[in-house]
Design a protein around this ligand. Structure first.
Ligand code: TPP
Length: 298
């Protein structure tokens, strides 16, 4: 099980350069910075089409430019090639968007997980295809307004609920799966450090609020991320060895989802009934997670 990493002990060096072209308040860029600190100089990073080129000015090698759907296959090839060269010290790490993970890259993710390839798949989840203008993805929360799920007389935003990919990956029986949030850095770093030192397929899905796409003031990225977790919209847990699920953060009581939804312009239109629908889904899932805490997750 991972342990929260006290930030005062942080001795990790920066591997990311200060300037980038990210939007103000981009939480994805904070994820990139933290991941590269924890993985260190031996990280070889896989990137596919996403906001990454804007925010990832990393000193360590990056492989970028193959097809959007190809992260799983590319990382498999890299990992095996480095092993063949005797470079067991290299950490092949993908920093991939939610679109490149839960939708278009999913078959490659599933295939690499099934083969238990030795790599780390990090998702920064901004809940849409942000780099191309904010189209909905399978990771978008229900009722969110996106550019492909507008709000008008015929549409109330996204109809479907968020796809639960961390649990799907856990069903592949891989060594490590975790959810995390950019707003809980001690938990996040603890999970990254734990995953770094394991072998086999590791998956960490990180909530990364996007002020541009979610329509909130850029100064509130960390606050919105924290309230998503406190409301149970993004619970923090890990699944060890494809079996045991541990909650890593257990608020005594969840905050009402309405509070954090109302902080975001993408939900400005939603009615009390729609909020209640989301609340019911969230409360149900939270009760299920609590019941399984410390036990098998399925
Ligand atoms: C096969 C293919 N389809 C579509 C695109 C266009 N495209 C480039 S980046 C992107 C969005 C990526 O979304 P996500 O993975 O969520 O990352 P984010 O942009 O949010 O960082 C899209 C649709 C592409 N490059 N290749």
């Amino acid at each position: 099980m991972s342990k929260p990493f006290p930030l005062r002990n942080l001795e990790y060096k920066e591997h990311i350069m200060p300037a980038n072209q990210a939007c103000q308040g981009c939480a994805g860029s904070i994820v990139a910075r933290i991941v590269s600190k924890v993985m260190g100089p031996n990280m070889v990073r896989q990137q596919v089409a996403c906001c990454g080129p804007a925010f990832m000015n990393v000193r360590t090698p990056t492989i970028y430019g193959e097809v959007f759907e190809g992260a799983g296959a590319m990382m498999t090839g890299l990992s095996r090639a480095f092993k063949r060269l005797g470079r067991d010290d290299i950490i092949v790490t993908g920093i991939i968007g939610d679109g490149g993970t839960v939708d278009i890259g999913f078959q490659g993710l599933s295939a690499a997980a099934e083969r238990n390839e030795d790599l780390i798949w990090i998702v920064y989840d901004n809940e849409a295809y942000m780099n191309t203008g904010g189209q909905r993805s399978g990771a978008t929360t229900r009722y969110a307004r996106t550019t492909t799920t507008p709000v008008g007389s015929l549409s109330r935003g996204k109809k479907e609920r968020k796809k639960n990919v961390p649990l799907m990956v856990a069903l592949h029986n891989v060594p490590y799966v975790a959810t995390a949030s950019v707003s809980f850095p001690e938990d996040l770093i603890g999970k990254l450090a734990y995953a770094r030192d394991l072998e086999g397929f590791r998956y960490i899905h990180i909530s990364a609020p996007c002020p541009t796409g979610w329509a909130f003031d850029p100064r509130n990225s960390i606050k919105v991320g924290r309230e998503m977790v406190n409301a149970g919209l993004w619970p923090l847990y890990e699944v060890l060895g494809g079996e045991t699920m541990q909650l890593t953060y257990k608020p005594k009581e969840l905050r009402p989802v309405k509070e954090v939804l109302k902080m975001q312009g993408r939900f400005r239109h939603i009615t009390d009934d729609e909020v209640e629908e989301i609340q019911q889904e969230v409360s149900y899932f939270w009760e299920r997670l609590k019941a399984k805490d410390g036990n098998s997750f399925f």
